[in-house]
Design a protein around this ligand. Structure first.
Ligand code: SAH
Length: 350
């Protein structure tokens, strides 16, 4: 299989040009064709020689995803099922807000974390996505909808910090001013709590938003929901979060999916206030989305509002997340990887 040219950052492309006996400035031209013009073939790169285009074609491809399925929700949210060209399929979600478009991308094919309430758990982990495959999710949606996406969240399938290097590389490519030019402030990473990687992330000089999938402030309950808690418990997780805040001076967003009669009563809210007291943070309350065979069901609206009000009263900023795309299984925790069985591509791979 040919190499994915989207896996190359600008410096690597420059190096490649040297290897191919070309002038390094060609790298910038190619980088723009790929990430700004969003071309689907090397022949569209009209300001580079046919000779260089042919050299590129021989060794590389542009890894254009096929759209297997596109679903549109009543609220306008769109869910894409992409054929990633190796027999696997992943999902990405496009949401429109007042401030622009946000894409929710997958970072892995399947997930190893095993959270009991999440649909991505129900399928076997296949592999990490490469940086080029992460960025291609944004490019493919931009091509399909003819839009410019301004924000990106790593909240699709997979645990982004379990694919640390490729996720970091994708972020740097997204940031590059000579390409997509998406500022790190417009990017959020959500993690189930891989503590050593939170420290590592804190030490990068990045301005990304960090979201922590907390879901409970009680170790017993959290371990039942999220096996990762048996490896890194709440105390270790909060310690890492405090380090992250100290290093970056950035507010952390804690995700808390409310499950009926499980983690949604006043006692849970009290424990949460105690845990987060004094931290530079925000709590995002998510009415839990029920998944097939899942034991957790959605909390009542009354409980959700009581929970929010209690946190706000105690000085912890909490908001209830709008549920986008739940009618097409595109809401939090409803994405899963699929096998490509019968694929009728809407776009031919190159
Ligand atoms: N692995 C990462 C990112 C993917 S999940 C993480 O765990 O953070 C994105 C968010 O959706 C996480 O906060 C996750 O806990 C939440 N989520 C998963 N399943 C859900 C469900 N059934 N209902 C509501 N939120 C869910």
């Amino acid at each position: 299989m040919k190499k994915n040219i989207k896996d190359y950052n600008l410096d690597e492309l420059k190096q490649l040009m040297v290897e191919l006996g070309e002038k390094p400035y060609r790298a910038e031209q190619i980088f723009k064709w790929i990430f700004i013009e969003n071309v689907t073939s090397f022949d569209e790169m009209t300001n580079i020689s046919i000779d260089l285009r042919n050299k590129l074609k021989e060794n590389f491809d542009l890894h254009i995803f096929n759209i297997i399925q596109k679903q549109v929700s009543k609220d306008g949210t769109k869910k894409y099922l992409f054929d990633v060209l190796d027999g696997n399929a992943i999902e990405s979600v496009l949401m429109e807000y007042k401030h622009g478009f946000t894409i929710c991308v997958s970072s892995q094919i399947g997930c190893k974390m095993g959270c009991k309430f999440c649909a991505s758990t129900g399928v076997k982990f296949a592999r990490n996505l490469s940086s080029g495959e992460i960025v291609e999710q944004l490019l493919a949606v931009q091509r399909d909808e003819n839009i410019k996406i301004s924000n990106l969240v790593f909240m699709g399938i997979g645990e982004p910090l379990d694919n640390y290097d490729n996720v970091m590389k994708a972020i740097k490519i997204l940031n590059n001013q000579k390409g997509i030019n998406m500022g790190a402030r417009h990017i959020s990473i959500s993690t189930s709590g891989l503590v050593p990687k939170i420290y590592k992330l804190a030490d990068e000089d990045l301005q990304c938003t960090l979201s922590i999938s907390l879901h409970s402030s009680n170790n017993k309950k959290r371990s039942e929901m999220m096996p990762v808690n048996d490896v890194y418990n709440i105390e270790e997780l909060i310690k890492a979060c405090k380090y992250y805040i100290e290093k970056t001076n950035k507010r952390i967003s804690f995700e808390y999916a409310l499950a009926k009669e499980d983690n949604d009563n006043l006692k849970d809210a009290k424990e949460l206030v105690k845990l987060l007291n004094g931290m530079l943070c925000h709590v995002n309350l998510i009415p839990i989305n029920r998944i097939e065979n899942g034991k957790y069901s959605k909390s009542t609206n009354e409980n959700i509002m009581k929970f929010r009000d209690y946190l706000n009263e105690k000085g912890i900023v909490a908001t209830i997340r709008r549920e986008l795309g739940s009618d097409i299984d595109a809401a939090c925790g409803q994405l899963r990887k699929k096998e490509v069985k019968k694929c009728e591509p809407t776009q031919k791979p190159i």
